[in-house]
Write a protein that binds this ligand. Structure first.
Ligand code: NAD
Length: 269
């Protein structure tokens, strides 16, 4: 394992344009459960998964009901305000500050990369702390809305101050298209990168799972390195999309890689 940690650091330092692709696994060490890991939300409660697949249709049919449910039924991931970034998030934020990492593209909705100090973050599946207008695509901080008050005054769903369209949570539900701005930029970054650090994802949710494949395909004469850090092997490992797997916890592996990177760059520990 030590050799692979060193290899990852060498690949990151040699690379010209590294990105990280993260999933729920990077946040489990902050206390937020994943969906498909051994103690994931879906693994423990398959009915919750079936319910999640119906949420977007419910929003389309009855946005008021959707909002009442969101404001009265506890979230599967708990109150996301209470969680703090872990050493995995912090290591990625530091790699960005060092100029090594250009973007983090995350499936997570928890905002922990931003809390850790990462500035270039693409929230592929949205952000639980934001609302998005389904008509014009504008995003708003959810803290700017007193949603409980709006519910008490029977004014749900909240409306966009720009165009008057209906607002939903920015979180992308199953069967909902990825917002085009984020989808396009993520595809661009994946096509451009020469190193992709895949962290804590089962890599089975599409279209996100296409991004490592896009990162792998390079024009003739150029090569990219796909580094996977996961608790267990995934389809990326099995299909040879990743060049190598560092099997273990992102909260342990990423800080070790960062230390090696600092050593290679001659930065004092
Ligand atoms: P997933 O639940 O499908 O898979 C998580 C993977 O990470 C599993 O393979 C698991 O073995 C691995 N893992 C768990 N802890 C790890 C650790 N400490 N270090 C390394 N690997 C670890 O998650 P996914 O692939 O991100 O996709 C699920 C969907 O669920 C995504 O759309 C995401 O938006 C959503 N989700 C988000 C959060 C969040 O925002 N924190 C939490 C749960 C689910």
């Amino acid at each position: 394992m030590t050799n692979l940690i060193k290899q990852a650091a060498v690949d990151l330092v040699k690379g010209k344009y590294a990105i990280a692709l993260t999933g729920a696994g990077i946040s489990t060490e902050s206390g937020i459960p994943d969906f498909r890991g051994p103690s994931g939300v879906w693994t423990r409660d398959p009915e919750a998964e079936r319910r999640a697949y119906r949420v977007y249709a419910q929003f389309q049919e009855d946005p008021k009901r959707y909002w009442i449910d969101r404001l009265t039924i506890p979230s599967l991931l708990g109150n996301l305000d209470q969680y703090a970034p872990n050493p995995g998030h912090l290591a990625l934020a530091e790699m960005e500050k060092m100029g090594i990492l250009k973007w983090v593209i995350t499936q997570n909705v928890d905002g922990l990369h931003q809390k850790a100090g990462s500035r270039r973050v693409l929230d592929y599946h949205g952000n639980a702390f934001k609302l998005r207008c389904v008509s014009c695509g504008s995003r708003f901080e959810s803290g700017d809305f007193d949603l409980k008050k709006i519910m008490g005054e029977d004014r749900l769903p909240p409306l966009c101050s720009g165009c008057g369209g209906v607002l939903k949570s920015d979180v992308v539900h199953f069967h909902e298209p990825i917002p085009s701005d984020v989808a396009e930029q993520s595809l661009e970054e994946a096509s451009r990168c020469d190193v992709a650090l895949i962290c804590g994802t089962s890599a089975v949710v599409y279209p996100f799972a296409r991004l490592p494949q896009v990162a792998k395909q390079r024009p003739p004469g150029s090569k990219s390195v796909i580094i996977e850090i996961n608790a267990e092997p995934t389809p990326l490992t099995e299909r040879g999309i990743s060049d190598y797997l560092l099997q273990g916890k992102t909260g342990e592996m990423l800080p070790k890689i960062l230390e090696e990177v600092k050593g290679l760059k001659g930065i004092k520990k």
